[in-house]
Design a protein around this ligand. Structure first.
Ligand code: PEP
Ligand code: MG
Length: 755
């Protein structure tokens, strides 16, 4: 009778010795299979390794015909071995030949073996190969034997993952682990980035697999588990959980797993079989993941992510890992891969080293994406499964123009992208050369090109892009990325900083525009059926005058002795402006009463985003010092299309007649009243639409900083007088059939204007 508890432990000790010896990889593999066969009293032990072409190749065998090594092959899903690899599940058969998937490979001479036990060689739930033992006699392998073989397979996984088998891989072939894969996602910010993977939640690479003392390891596990439970309880008791990138529901799930006795039992069993505590965590994580990967229920799959995160946390506890490698060894061209991430966490990375961001989740409007856009890096979201497929340091290309993430790309693929990046860089260079060039059209019209901003990370773009000033400063972003409501002093300090960094260029601050899709977690309103039409922006501010007055006071104080340009979002009736002005007046009086410095000049403006204002144009223009058109919202309300709903948001063209006529009426109303008008929606960011805006009379537009160069290149060659004539003809002709976009494109082409 064999000693079952000693069996695997003895085997693992031998394997550890073998791993430490300076052996050639083939020799090491041969000895490993011999050890396993001997220890498990099996006549056969074989290792199959998965190649990048989806073929499982026999790499070593004890018992089968040795001539078949590197010759015998099975495709993924083919035969028993292929079935194990494809399903990432073990097979324990007393009569292998009677299994429907059995496939006879004559070169191996295996027909005389009846019993068969095969386990996948797993790493992070992926099959890298298959380990098999066989016996002549018909028998069922015991649960302990299966467990022992799975544990042994981890050693092989490590050998494969460290690249040791490269030497014995046929020239021209690659192992699956290094295969290039493309994961598709959605474009959140376009651009192309080449670099190396940085996993935001790095997986700990467990190198210390085999334990010396199981009881000691079980104690280490219990301690780590205890600290893990405490840290989760801690996080749950903090009020600001939702801003940590971890939501309450996820944490509750963590807590559930952390107290799951089944999990603890499996971990202890793996330790008793000879693994260290961290190797046990990795093994159980890999097994669980392989099992759960086949689930189709999205809720359960989501829980799999949670389980994985938790196991990673436990690994970090066990290995004493303390934080991200942002220092030495951090690649100079990092592409960050994360399941989800908080905005502040992205700001923790050294900005100049980050070339792109890939998220498995996220939404275009999520805070981290807003920050990434401000940083000017390409972003892909909804890239399902990308984290598990990547290893830290893998080469990666993110093509956010097309929504592809290419992991471990082939050399020629990489070369073609390098060419693309060079081309883009040349264009950027050309735009940069225009920075100091005055934005004057060919027929002498001076255009104000402003940029949109909202965070301090945006400010350097002011001089880099050559923008004249900030036409829209979205003050709500500071509120959106904070975990608690920014205090009055924090707001003031922030605005002071913005003004200082703008170094004399004008900044138009917009008062808080929260509500709708701009969620501030610590300030929750009621559930709304139509949030875009709901309690948001100035409506909310007027109902919470304390909030608005605090902001106004902070802005006034920060602008002492300079000019303050202030505007109000989502105005619907002119009377709302009067109310804001009264509050502003009160704040001015308050500050002067207490001897505070006041702005040298105060300009008060309104955003035109709600169509109702179109029938109050003259009153509006009289009531303010300037008007700024928020074309994103104005378009959504005018055309009744939700700007966040991809199914309808592109349905109508903002360069179509209805919307351009609306915009032209606004410019005419402003001219009539001699009120300065500008436009700060996305429409100003594309050269063709910016050209249309100039054509209908805008002389000031505000856009994303990256657009300043291309828009300036467009206007330098533009005869805007001729364009106005051409556009008016179409806009005034009720029977004109050619779509305006085409008219514009033709105009540009015939006048040699780069779009
Ligand atoms: C707009 O609506 O066009 C605008 C500039 O404001 P936001 O995009 O912040 O709603
Ligand atoms: Mg808006």
């Amino acid at each position: 009778m064999r000693d079952l508890s000693g069996g695997p432990r003895v085997l693992l000790r031998r394997l550890r010795e073998l791993m430490a010896e300076p052996l050639e990889p083939q020799d090491r593999l041969d000895r490993i299979v011999r050890q396993i066969a001997g220890n498990m009293v099996a006549e056969v032990c074989s290792v199959y390794v998965l190649r990048a072409d989806g073929v499982l190749e026999l790499y070593a065998t004890e018992g089968l015909n040795r001539e078949a090594v590197h010759l015998a092959q099975l495709k993924m899903g083919q035969g028993l071995v292929g079935t194990i690899a494809a399903s990432a599940q073990p097979l324990n058969l007393s009569d292998a030949q009677s299994h429907p998937a059995f496939r006879y490979l004559p070169e191996t001479g295996e027909e005389i073996y009846h019993s068969f036990l095969g386990v996948p060689i797993l790493r992070t739930g992926r099959s890298l190969g298959v380990l098999v033992v066989q016996n002549k006699a018909s028998r069922n392998y015991r649960e302990e034997e299966l467990e022992a073989l799975e544990t042994t397979a981890m050693v092989l996984a490590e050998m494969i993952a460290t690249g040791e088998l490269k030497k014995i891989t046929k020239p021209g072939l690659e192992l699956d682990l290094t295969r290039s894969v493309t994961v598709d996602g959605d474009t959140y910010n376009d651009g192309i980035g080449l670099g190396y993977v940085v996993l935001h939640e790095p997986r700990i690479v467990v190198t210390n697999l085999l334990n010396e003392d199981a009881e000691k390891e079980i104690r280490r596990l219990a301690e780590a588990m205890g600290s893990l439970r405490i840290s989760i309880d801690d996080m749950l008791s903090r009020r600001d959980v939702s801003m940590e990138g971890e939501h309450r529901e996820v944490l509750e799930t963590y807590r559930m797993f952390a107290h799951d006795q089944g999990w603890v039992r499996k971990l202890e069993e793996a330790i008793r079989n000879g693994l260290t505590a961290e190797a046990a965590v990795e093994k159980v994580q890999s097994d669980t993941k392989a099992r759960m990967m086949r689930l189709t229920d999205p809720y359960l799959r989501e829980r799999m992510h949670d389980f994985e995160d938790l196991a990673n946390r436990l690994l970090r506890q066990l290995t004493g890992y303390t934080g991200r490698t942002t220092g030495e060894g951090f690649p100079s061209d990092a592409i960050i891969l994360a399941r989800a991430m908080g905005a502040a966490e992205l700001l923790d990375y050294p900005r100049s080293n980050v070339r792109g961001l890939v998220l498995e989740e996220g939404a275009v409007t999520s805070h981290v994406v807003i920050v990434a856009r401000a940083m000017g890096i390409p972003v892909i979201g909804q890239a399902a499964g990308v984290v598990a497929l990547a290893e830290n340091g893998d080469a990666v290309i993110i093509d956010a123009d097309e929504g592809h993430v290419h992991l471990r790309p082939m050399a020629d693929h990489r070369r073609s992208y390098e060419e693309k990046v060079r081309f883009r860089a040349r264009r950027q260079e050309q735009f940069r050369a225009l920075r100091a060039v005055e934005p004057v059209t060919k027929d002498g019209q001076r255009i104000a090109l402003m940029m949109n901003a909202g965070l301090l990370v945006d400010l350097p773009q002011l001089s880099e892009s050559g923008a004249e000033g900030i036409g829209l400063f979205r003050t709500e972003l500071q509120f959106m990325i904070a975990s608690t409501m920014p205090k009055a002093e924090e707001q003031e300090q922030f605005y002071r900083n913005v003004i200082k960094q703008a170094a004399g260029r004008s900044v138009t601050f917009r008062t808080l525009d929260i509500g709708g899709d701009k969620v501030v977690p610590y300030f929750r309103g009621h559930e709304e059926e139509n949030p875009a039409l709901g309690w948001r922006a100035i409506r909310l501010s007027l109902d919470r005058p304390g909030l608005l007055r605090t902001q106004l006071r902070a802005l006034l104080k920060a602008s002492a002795d300079t000019e303050l340009k202030l505007m109000v979002p989502m105005v619907t009736e002119v009377s709302e402006l009067k109310m804001v002005r009264e509050l502003l007046q009160k704040e001015v009086q308050h500050l002067s009463r207490f001897g505070h410095g006041l702005p040298r000049k105060l300009q008060f403006g309104a955003m035109l985003e709600v169509p109702a204002l179109l029938w109050q144009l003259d009153e509006l223009m009289e009531a303010v010092d300037f008007v700024s058109v928020g074309s994103n919202d104005l378009f959504q309300f005018a055309m009744a299309v939700d700007r966040g709903n991809a199914r309808v948001s592109d349905r109508f063209d903002p360069l179509g007649k209805p919307f351009l006529r609306i915009l032209r009426d606004i410019v005419r109303g402003a001219d009539r009243n001699k009120t300065p008008v500008t436009l700060c929606g996305e429409l100003a960011s594309k050269p063709i639409s910016a050209m249309a805006l100039l054509g209908i009379g805008f002389r000031s537009i505000s856009m994303s900083p990256a657009s300043i160069g291309p828009v300036k290149a467009m206007l330098l060659g533009l005869d805007v007088g001729a364009l106005t004539k051409a556009m008016d003809e179409v806009l005034d002709d009720h029977h004109a059939l050619t779509p305006m976009r085409e008219v514009l494109a033709r105009f540009a082409e015939s006048h040699n204007i780069p779009l």
